[in-house]
Design a binder for this molecule. Structure first.
Ligand SMILES: Cc1cc2nc3c(=O)[nH]c(=O)nc-3n(C[C@H](O)[C@H](O)[C@H](O)COP(=O)(O)OP(=O)(O)OC[C@H]3O[C@@H](n4cnc5c(N)ncnc54)[C@H](O)[C@@H]3O)c2cc1C
Ligand code: SF4
Ligand code: SF4
Ligand code: SF4
Length: 362
């Protein structure tokens, strides 16, 4: 039976741990304090409390265990997972669009599900005074405040200074589910986080059974600008981190400044800040989601949407008239094949880079 000792060697020591926190949150001995996260890295807190159950190893998204199971469960097919429909949309509500990352579709759908009583809450990232935090949102206000995407700016003793990161360990908010006992939750996360929760569900780990909707976001990589790297970005982009109002990613990283200007940075120029684990990751479009969302393929103010499962299609169809706006049918038809081509090309590039990186490690 492989345990956290093996995770340490196979995942953490090889630089592939992306700090999702899944192993710590769902450690069987969590109440006894076997594991804890230190600066986004899982560590033994008290090695003698570990009961060698192997759960942490099996749910780690980096480990191949259960991959075939979740592929079957989600009807995965090559090259980028199951696709029922690809489209471009935006939230009807202009105030939501104004605070959103792209077209506000993720938040628009979450609000629609909440207002119609289909979910009790959603696991999202919320902007708080201490930075962006993973939360279980159970009010309209919390869901609205999760719209948008900025650097996760944390200042505090635990960080020993300033960090600017695009990564947020969303899975850790699942702990709130255990405490609150809610049963119908939507989860918004990166492809790796979606995979992790699907694995937990496959193993019937409470409270992953409460996740009813999986909303994945496209993800080329996450970036960590801690330490001197924030200064490096400031020099390169000729800007101040504190002047950046929001960021979004299409073909490039777009820095939206508070004065309204937008600065484009090619993603290849950000390799210096890419989280090391992301170099091994082969999923760009969140292939195991019910619905995937991204900026690539859509113009500014719009979100690209892939519905993947019958459940995702039903949710999207239901939100369509109530909460979302679309391009005309002709415009959408024209876009459909080009968007799909862009997604497939980006996915193929990411997969090839990951395979190359994994081959070097072997
Ligand atoms: C770290 C990151 C990397 C991305 N990389 C790409 C990319 O390479 N190419 C691309 O096309 N699109 C990428 N996206 C997706 C894109 O930026 C938008 O999230 C997507 O288009 C949805 O936009 P929206 O306006 O509909 O979402 P909104 O309505 O603004 O909702 C945004 C949702 O994202 C969640 N969120 C915000 N920050 C984080 C975070 N750090 N971790 C997890 N969830 C978060 C919020 O909880 C919220 O539910 C990335 C997003 C993030 C957060
Ligand atoms: S108790 Fe189980 S889940 Fe926790 S660290 Fe040990 S092997 Fe992993
Ligand atoms: S990737 Fe997640 S589950 Fe795997 S070792 Fe890292 S924190 Fe734990
Ligand atoms: S690139 Fe992969 S490992 Fe990195 S944050 Fe995105 S989904 Fe997770």
């Amino acid at each position: 039976m492989k345990t956290f000792f093996d995770l340490k060697q196979e995942v953490r020591a090889t630089g592939r741990c992306h700090g999702c926190g899944g192993c710590v949150t769902f450690c069987t001995a969590i109440n006894y304090g076997a594991l804890h996260m230190v600066d986004d890295v899982p560590r033994f807190k008290s090695v003698e409390k570990c009961i060698d159950c192997g759960l942490c190893y099996r749910i780690c998204p980096v480990v191949g265990d259960l991959d075939e199971h979740i592929k079957k469960q989600t009807g995965w097919s090559a090259p980028i997972g199951r696709i029922l429909e690809t489209t471009v949309a935006q939230a009807k509500d202009a105030s939501l669009r104004a605070r959103a990352t792209d077209g506000g579709v993720v938040t628009g759908i979450l609000l629609h599900l909440f207002d119609t009583g289909r979910i009790d809450g959603a696991i999202v990232i919320k902007n708080t005074a201490e930075g962006r935090k993973p939360i279980l949102a159970t009010t309209r206000e919390d869901i609205i405040e999760s719209a948008g995407f900025s650097f996760n700016t944390a200042k505090g003793i635990t960080q020993l200074g300033e960090t600017y990161s695009t990564y947020s360990p969303v899975a850790q908010a699942l702990g709130s589910l255990i405490r609150q006992g809610l049963k119908r939750i939507a989860f918004v996360g990166t492809p790796c986080q979606i995979k992790s929760i699907r694995k937990m569900q496959a193993l019937k780990i409470v409270p992953s059974d409460a996740i009813k909707f999986y909303f994945g976001r496209f993800c080329n990589a996450n970036y960590d600008f801690s330490g001197g790297k924030a200064r490096e970005l400031e020099e390169f982009a000729n800007c101040k981190m504190d002047d950046i109002r929001k960021i979004n990613i299409k073909d490039d990283l777009l820095l939206h400044h508070k004065d309204g200007t937008i600065r484009k940075i090619a993603l290849r120029d950000l390799d210096f800040a890419k989280r090391s684990a992301c170099a091994f990751c082969d999923d760009f479009t969140a292939e195991y989601s019910d619905i995937s969302f991204g900026g690539l393929g859509a113009s500014e103010g719009w979100t690209t949407v892939i519905t993947r499962t019958p459940l995702g299609r039903a949710v999207f169809a239901d939100a369509r008239d109530a909460a979302l706006d679309f391009l005309s049918i002709d415009e959408n038809l024209k876009l459909d094949s080009t968007v799909l081509q862009k997604l497939q090309e980006s996915s193929a590039r990411k997969r090839a880079a990951a395979e190359e990186r994994q081959a070097i490690r072997k």
